[in-house]
Design a protein around this ligand. Sequence first.
Ligand SMILES: *[C@@H]1O[C@H](CO)[C@@H](O)[C@H](O)[C@H]1NC(C)=O
Ligand SMILES: *[C@@H]1O[C@H](CO)[C@@H](O)[C@H](O)[C@H]1NC(C)=O
Ligand SMILES: *[C@@H]1O[C@H](CO)[C@@H](O)[C@H](O)[C@H]1NC(C)=O
Ligand SMILES: *[C@@H]1O[C@H](CO)[C@@H](O)[C@H](O)[C@H]1NC(C)=O
Ligand SMILES: *[C@@H]1O[C@H](CO)[C@@H](O)[C@H](O)[C@H]1NC(C)=O
Ligand SMILES: *[C@@H]1O[C@H](CO)[C@@H](O)[C@H](O)[C@H]1NC(C)=O
Ligand SMILES: *[C@@H]1O[C@H](CO)[C@@H](O)[C@H](O)[C@H]1NC(C)=O
Ligand SMILES: *[C@@H]1O[C@H](CO)[C@@H](O)[C@H](O)[C@H]1NC(C)=O
Ligand SMILES: *[C@@H]1O[C@H](CO)[C@@H](O)[C@H](O)[C@H]1NC(C)=O
Length: 755
Amino acid sequence: MAMWLRLKITLLLLLSTNVLESYGFTQRSWSESADLANKTVALLTLDEKIGMVTGVGQFNSRCVGNIKPPNRSLSITTSSNTVLNVSIPPLCFQDGPAGLRLVKNVTGFPTGINAASTFSRRLMRARGEALGEEFRGKGVNVFLGPAMDIMRNPKAGRGWESFGPDPYLNGEGAYETIIGVQSAGVMACAKHYLANNQEHWRYGLSANVDERTLREMYWWPFMRSIDANVSSVMCAYNRLNGTSSCHNEDLIGLLSEGGFQGFVVSDWGATHDSATDNALAGLDMEQPGDFILIGGGVYGNGLKNAVNDGSVPVEVLNGMVAKILTPWFVLGQDQGFPAINFDAQHADGSGNLNLNVNVRTDAHTELTREIGRASAVLLKNNRTTTDGTPTGTTIRGLPVSQERIKSIAIIGRDAKLPNLDCNPPLTAGLNQCNDGTMSIGWGSGSNSLDFIVPPNTAIRDFVGNSATITESLSNDRPAGPNAAIGKDLAIVFANAMSGELGFYFVVDGNQGDRNDLDLWFKGGSLIEAVAAVNNNTVVVIHSVGPVPMPWSNHPNITAIIYAGAPGEQTGPSLVDVIWGAYNPRGRLPFTIADSEDDYGTTIVYNSITGFPTIDYTERLLLDYRYMDSKNIAPRFEFGFGLSYTKFEYSSLSISSSGSSQVVSFTIKNTGGLDGTEIPQLYLGFPGSAGEPEKVLRGFDEVDLKAGESKQVSLTISEREMSVWDTPSHSWVRPQGTFEVFVGASVKDIRLTGSF
Ligand SMILES: *[C@@H]1O[C@H](CO)[C@@H](O)[C@H](O)[C@H]1NC(C)=O
Ligand SMILES: *[C@@H]1O[C@H](CO)[C@@H](O)[C@H](O)[C@H]1NC(C)=O
Ligand SMILES: *[C@@H]1O[C@H](CO)[C@@H](O)[C@H](O)[C@H]1NC(C)=O
Ligand SMILES: *[C@@H]1O[C@H](CO)[C@@H](O)[C@H](O)[C@H]1NC(C)=O
Ligand SMILES: *[C@@H]1O[C@H](CO)[C@@H](O)[C@H](O)[C@H]1NC(C)=O
Ligand SMILES: *[C@@H]1O[C@H](CO)[C@@H](O)[C@H](O)[C@H]1NC(C)=O
Ligand SMILES: *[C@@H]1O[C@H](CO)[C@@H](O)[C@H](O)[C@H]1NC(C)=O
Ligand SMILES: *[C@@H]1O[C@H](CO)[C@@H](O)[C@H](O)[C@H]1NC(C)=O
Ligand SMILES: *[C@@H]1O[C@H](CO)[C@@H](O)[C@H](O)[C@H]1NC(C)=O
C-alpha cells in the first residue's frame, strides 16, 4: 500500500478565475416563452422576419453563423402584464462539440467519444456545463453540438465527435451534454439529423433506413435530446430515403411529433431546391445563408418572394421565427447575455475584440484532465511485483513505480507536441496538419490546441530527476527500438486519425473517413519493433475509433492503454493513470475487433453514378450486436476496461416499479485499492421481438474503497423495454420474458435474471 501513498500528483487546485460565476438569468417555461415569441413575431416586418431565418453569409459572419436581427428594441406585454423590451442580437452559432472552434484562449475539451468512454453521466454533464460556460462567455448563443451520429462504421470520419455505435450510450451522452450546456443559458443544437454516418459523398448520398431501424438506432439520441429540451436540431447534408434532410417533411415532422419545440437549422450549405420546399417541410433557419460548396442561398430573397406570392403562407414564416425565439426566451438570453467577443473570420486572433474576456478556467483544465484519465481504457495489464503479491512494488506493467523504474524510453510521433499553426488563415485551428499527438480529429469539430500538454512533456515534468528519459519522437526504425533497448520501461505511442470531409481536408490520403482501420504512420510495426527488444513495453493508443491490435498478446507488451482523443490535457491525464495516482476505469464505447469485416458495415468510397444510395441492411446489428449475431469473438469487447483493483458482483434482484423495472445488485471492491467500477445492464428481449441478443440499457459509475460494497439500482423504463412497431408506428413492449444481464462488459456478464 505504501507505494500508493507515496505517489503524488500536483493537481491544479487554484480557485477558478471564472468571470461567469453567476449567470444572472432565470429560465422560463416553454409555454410562457412560446407566448413571448409569438408576441415578438407580431411586431416584426416581413424583412425583419426574413433576416431572422437567414444566415448573413459565410464571410459576413462574426461567428461561423449569424442572423440579421431587427435593429430595434421591441416592447411586448407579458402574460403577467409587465412590459418587456426585447433586443434580439445577431444570434451567434459556433462549433463545436468539443470546444470553441477558431477562437483563442479557450479550452480544448475531450471529444464526445472520450466522454462516452467514461460511462459517466456526471462527467458528461460536467463537460456540457463547462462547454456552456465558455460558449456563453464568448457570446455564443447556439453551441453547435452535441454530435450524436451513430458510429455506423468504425472508419466514419466524424465518429469521434459523437458517442459511438450504441444508440443508448449516444442518447445518454446527448442528454447529459444538452442539460449541461443549456444550464449555462446557451442553446444546444442536436446534430446531424439524420443518418449522417460517413464523410465520402455526404453532400448528397441517400441513406435508406427502414422505419424500425431509424427509430431504434438513429432517432434514439434525438429522442433523448428532446427529453433534455434541446433548443435546436441541425438537419444533415445527406438525403434520407432520397429526400434532402433539410426539406424532408416526414423526417422533420418526427421532431414535433416527438415533442420538440425548438427550431431546425440547416447544416452549412445543406439546403437545396426552393425556399418553399424547405419552409413547408419545416426548416426554420438556413445557414450560413449563401451558397457554399454544393448548396445554400435558398432563403433570404427566395423566401421573401415565396411569402409574397403566397407559396409560403406568412403564418409558416411566423412559426419559423417563433420557434427560433422560443428557446431564446426559455434560456433567458434576453437577460444580459454576453455580446460576441471573438471573430471567427480571424482564427489567428488578429481580429479578436475584447480578448480580455477569458473564459478558460483552471476548473475547465482540471475537468479536461479528469475526463482524460476517466476515459483512458486499460486493455491489458500484466503486472509483476517484487514480492509477487498485488500490493508489492511493480516491476513490470502498471502502475509504474517511480522508485523502481529508473530508465524510460518515450517512443513515437504521437508522444510529441503537434503542429499548431497549420495553413493559416483559411483552415487554421482545424487540426488537419497534425504531426504529433492526436487529441482530437480534424475539421469543424476540432478545437483549440493552444494549451495542449503532450505526453512527452507531461512525463518529463512528472518524472523529474527520478529516472532518465530517452526520447525517439518519430515512428522511425531503428531509432524507436534503439531507444528502448535496456530501458526499464518503454512507452510507445501510436495513433489513428480521421476528420471532416472538406475540399482542403485530405489528410495523408484520407478524405475524412479513414481508409482503413490500421494505426497511422506504421504505428503497429513500431510497437512490434519496440516489444521485440524491451520486455516492459507499455502501449498507448490515441485513436478516433477502433484499431486492430494483432500485437496485443505479445508477452513483452505488459500494458495497453486506449486513450482515444482526450483533449488538451492528454499528457497529464496519462501520467495520472500510468503512475497510478488515478485508478483506471474507462470502458470501450465500441468493440475492438481484428478486421473491418467483423463490424458488418462498410464505407462507400467509390460510386461511378455519383451520390450513392446506402441501404442500412444491417438494421439493428452494429458493433457488439452484429458480432454477437455472428459469434465473432472480438479482441476487446464493448464496455471492456480493466482497473488496478477487482470487483465482485452479487445479489441480483429485479422488481417492478410502475411501468419500469428496477434491477438491483451488489458490487464489492475485493482488491487492495480504491477504484471505480462501471456496471452495465444489457437486456435480452423476448425472442419474438426480433432484437439483438443483448442491448445496452443501463450503466453506472460506482466508487468503492478497497473492501467496500455498495448496492446499485438501475431502472429500465417502459420505452427502454419497447421496440418500434412499424405497423402501429409506435413503441410497443413485447410480450414474454426479458433476460437481464449485468456485468463489467458485454462479454463479462456476472449476473443474470429475468422478468
Ligand atoms: C423541459 O421543459 C419542461 C417545460 O418547460 C419542464 O417541465 C421539464 O422539466 C424540462 N425538462 C428538463 C429535463 O429540463
Ligand atoms: C403561438 O402561435 C402559434 C401560431 O403561429 C400557435 O399555434 C401557438 O399556440 C401560439 N403559442 C402560444 C403559447 O401562444
Ligand atoms: C441600426 O440602426 C442604427 C440607427 O438607428 C444605425 O446607425 C446602425 O447602422 C444600424 N445597424 C445595422 C446593423 O443595420
Ligand atoms: C421599454 O422601452 C420604452 C421605450 O421604447 C421605455 O419607455 C420603457 O421605459 C422601457 N421599459 C423597460 C422596462 O425598460
Ligand atoms: C424510408 O423508407 C423505408 C423503406 O421504404 C420506410 O420504411 C421508412 O419509413 C422511410 N423513412 C422515412 C423517414 O421516410
Ligand atoms: C488571452 O487572455 C489574456 C487575458 O486573460 C490576454 O491577455 C491575451 O491577450 C489572450 N490571448 C489571446 C491569444 O487571445
Ligand atoms: C496478461 O494480462 C491479460 C489481461 O490483461 C491476461 O489475459 C493474461 O493472461 C495475462 N498474461 C500473463 C502471462 O499473465
Ligand atoms: C526483462 O529484461 C530485463 C533486462 O532488460 C531482465 O533483467 C529481466 O529479467 C527481464 N524480465 C523478464 C520477465 O523477462
Ligand atoms: C522480449 O524482450 C527481450 C528483451 O528484454 C527479448 O530478448 C525477447 O526476444 C523479447 N521477446 C519477444 C517475444 O520478442
